[in-house]
Design a protein around this ligand. Sequence first.
Ligand SMILES: [Zn+2]
Length: 308
Amino acid sequence: MLIDNMMVIDPHIHMTSRTTYDYLVMKEYGVVAIIEPSFWLGQPRTHVGTFQDYFNSLIGWERFRAEQFGIRHYCTISINPKEANNEPLAEQVMELLPLYACKEGVVALGEVGFDDMTEAEEKYFRLQLKLAKELDKLVLVHTPHRNKKEGTSRSMDICLEEGLDPLQVIIDHANEETVDEVLDRGFWCAFSIYPNTKMGNERMVELVKKYGSDRIIIDSAADWGMSDPLAVPKTAQLMLESNIREDHVKAVCYGNALKAYGQSGEMKEEHWLEPTAIDQRQLYEGNSVLRGQTPMVEKPFQESIIIR
Ligand SMILES: [Zn+2]
């Protein structure tokens, strides 16, 4: 454990690509809740049915698996920017989205936005923003790796043109180049601590020193790539060691994610402050999270006449 009893939230992590061992260490390092956005799995999907099964696993199996390790799981639903370029498929996925957007534990539509800034990407970005508006949902915006600055500005323009309130939109994968504009325009500004590409945590320390904690959120964006599911607790630790005020650390690693995504009404602190006891003997559609191991079972507290 890195930090004494500090609770953190990782509001962007793709657990589908990770193991139960990750859940175990994340819990150990204080991660109490996570958000798993719909994303690109690394190989283009060719049938709408694979999206449907993926969405079902986000609201079903993954949620169950996380809870078997004492972590609360939420998700966001979308056709991701990259796969929006397959228009016939994207069209079919759009029809699925309203069916999933209002399910229990779905906190936003996302990741939406730009990958290569194509016309098709813009079309499905706008259609999903219209849907979010119609359903009164929050939006998680992925900003592109290439043309980061232009892509981020354009994404915010489009959100405003579609009539979204900036406080209902989380602009993710921000960096030193984009932070000023995101904060100035009133959006939530999320940073993904992802090794060697998006953002390192020493840079993040400098950003929090400069900008404080208002509307700033930290996540790992961990996925199937070279990423770190402990990025949020490690960054919290580094910030504390770098003499950043504890209330700022708590805000960027916990409180702000809860404030932003809590607006959905789906994510509540009581979910992890008053958890149900872990019982790994439980099954989801006939399957347990175990692969032959002994199940971990937490005994709920019970008053007893025996005093030991
Ligand atoms: Zn992602």
